[in-house]
Design a protein around this ligand. Structure first.
Ligand SMILES: NC(=O)c1ccc[n+]([C@@H]2O[C@H](COP(=O)([O-])OP(=O)(O)OC[C@H]3O[C@@H](n4cnc5c(N)ncnc54)[C@H](OP(=O)(O)O)[C@@H]3O)[C@@H](O)[C@H]2O)c1
Length: 294
């Protein structure tokens, strides 16, 4: 591991991954442990936290703490601080999300408010605390996980996409403001990634990806979802070199974003929304978008 890869020397002892017990969050925690940091992982389910912690300790020999807490809890900051018992957080990844999607007026208001709470309010509360502390120490790292769904308005993604756009812009502002105080920040732009949540929703929608990330017989040119380990490795390969305001998980998505920017906004929204709406309508069990994620 080269000098830039030794994050303990560069940022400090402890990283925290919010939503680090499986899927993409676990893959991100493993990249931090690979770079020498001890990792605190948080999630609702203790069992999956324990299993991920065991894998991290066995594979990287780092210290690991688990904090079981629901991001919907009004005392979430205090719960996380209690879990750290006074140990500073030197690197924070906000990965967990509320991912309710479906047509805006067909969804209960509570689902939209949950998206806004978990994807906007809670990261603001946590970052206001932890980024201040990092700036006070003159070092730190922050990654906010956004989504391609934040790039523009889109069918079924109203408050999910808008809340991920909030995270995207928050991270970009912090990239500029905090680097003057020694703290690195970035927005991680994520597209389709084959996590357990993603797979669960493919099952509901009965898509070809219900059983495997790489099904046989896909029509020519159908994009396959990314492996979470590859997404996490791509992020850290970029951070090892340079912190950009936005880092794409998948180079293919960055290319597509540039390609689509040649169209008018109306064309982009219509093109992407037509495809999503067609796939919803082909899946009778998911008409209302119940429990679906981007
Ligand atoms: N997967 C995709 O295709 C995709 C596409 C675009 C963007 N993204 C973004 O990528 C990130 C990861 O999404 P993912 O669905 O793939 O998930 P993931 O990283 O595979 O897993 C989600 C993690 O967050 C925890 N979590 C979820 N809700 C929580 C809550 N209310 N309180 C505390 N912890 C919670 C989960 O554990 P518990 O369930 O035990 O709490 C788990 O550890 C999200 O920011 C998402 O918006 C994903």
């Amino acid at each position: 591991m080269n000098e830039s890869g030794n994050y303990k020397a560069r940022y400090g002892q402890w990283a925290m991954v919010i939503g680090g017990s499986f899927g993409l969050g676990e893959a991100l925690a493993r990249e931090l442990a690979r770079r020498g940091m001890n990792v605190a992982i948080t999630a609702r389910g203790q069992e999956k936290l324990d299993a991920a912690a065991q894998r991290l300790r066995a594979d990287f020999g780092v210290e690991v703490r688990t904090v079981a807490a629901n991001l919907s809890d009004p005392g979430i900051l205090q719960l996380l601080l209690a879990g750290m018992a006074g140990t500073p957080v030197d690197f924070l990844i906000y990965n967990a999300a509320s991912e309710h999607i479906g047509e805006f007026i067909a969804q209960d208001l509570e689902r939209h408010l949950a998206n806004i709470h978990v994807n906007c309010i809670v990261p603001t509360v946590l970052l206001h605390h932890f980024a201040r502390e990092m700036a006070g120490r003159g070092r730190g790292g922050i990654v906010l996980c956004s989504s391609l769904g934040a790039a523009q308005g889109m069918y079924s993604l109203s408050t999910y996409g808008a809340s991920k756009a909030y995270e995207n812009l928050l991270a970009q502002s912090l990239w500029y403001e905090l680097k003057r105080k020694g703290v690195d920040a970035t927005s991680f732009m994520i597209g389709s990634t084959y996590t357990p949540n993603f797979q669960r929703n493919q099952k509901i929608r009965q898509t070809p990806f219900a059983e495997t990330r790489t099904p046989e017989g896909l029509p020519e040119g159908t994009p396959v979802p990314q492996d979470p380990e590859e997404a996490a490795a791509n992020l850290f390969a970029q951070l090892d070199r340079e912190w950009l305001p936005v880092v794409y998980a998948n180079p293919r998505d960055e290319e597509n974003t540039h390609r689509l920017s040649a169209m008018t906004l109306a064309q982009r929204i219509t093109l992407t929304s037509d495809a999503t709406r067609a796939s919803f309508e082909a899946a009778p069990g998911a008409k209302e978008g119940e429990g679906l994620v981007m």
